[in-house]
Design a protein around this ligand. Structure first.
Ligand code: GTP
Ligand code: MG
Length: 197
């Protein structure tokens, strides 16, 4: 099983038009513009697999990418918390996201992507609490780590680790950069472990 084998499978706005709920998948969630789609491209070593954008709210559909093991998938979820999107659209996404997280049997783990400059937003906390209650394991990526010098990034990582020390679903908190490929081995290892059930 290699993440580099990823290829586009399908995309849909609701659970009913997602691929069959079999096998194993790992989903990427996080605030709009945090860097979810970029992280998927970096981990799969493909420049244009998941569509990225400077404009928050780019990914409005649940996108599925297939891997070289039958029914293994990576999932790019729409970002949450983007203020400029119309309320109706926001409510729809929230509902689909909720529905997906609650009901998806294939989901083995969640990669929660946070911009290292604004970690642990209210939404992130909600997501973590929800995962904890549902016993869904989480890998936290503190992405855009290239925005800080190494020491400063390490300090933020320590702070976040301390704040999340009581949340059992959190497996690891990794410094990540799609620009510099920081954290790729650690993140890949966890994702592959989740997909190897
Ligand atoms: P939505 O789909 O809107 O929810 O956003 P997203 O979380 O998928 O973010 P996306 O990957 O599209 O990235 C948003 C912006 O952040 C883009 O301009 C990226 O180039 C930039 N970006 C993503 N990762 C990094 C990183 O590691 N370092 C730096 N410097 N910029 C990054
Ligand atoms: Mg995206």
């Amino acid at each position: 099983l290699s993440l580099h084998s990823a290829s586009f499978l399908s995309s849909g706005s609701k659970l009913s038009n997602c691929p069959p709920d079999i096998g194993a998948e790992v989903a990427f969630a996080g605030r709009s513009n945090a860097g979810k789609s970029s992280a998927i491209n970096t981990l799969t070593q493909q420049k244009k697999l998941a569509r990225t954008s400077k404009t928050p709210g780019r990914t409005q559909l649940i996108n599925f990418f297939g891997l070289n093991k039958p029914d293994s998938k990576l999932v790019d979820l729409p970002g949450y918390g983007y203020a400029k999107v119309a309320t109706q659209v926001k409510e729809d996404w929230q509902r689909h996201l909720d529905d997906y997280l609650r009901n998806r049997q294939a989901l083995q783990g969640l990669v929660l992507v946070m911009d290292i400059r604004t970690p642990l937003t209210e939404f992130d906390q909600m997501m973590l609490n929800w995962c904890d209650l549902s016993s869904l394991p989480v890998l936290v990526l503190l992405t855009k780590a290239d925005k800080f010098k190494y020491g400063a990034a390490k300090n933020i990582q320590l702070k976040v680790k301390k704040e999340l020390s009581d949340i059992k679903c959190v497996k690891d908190i990794v410094l990540f950069s799609s620009l510099k490929r920081t954290g790729v081995p650690e993140a890949s290892k966890q994702i592959i472990e989740w997909l190897s059930v």
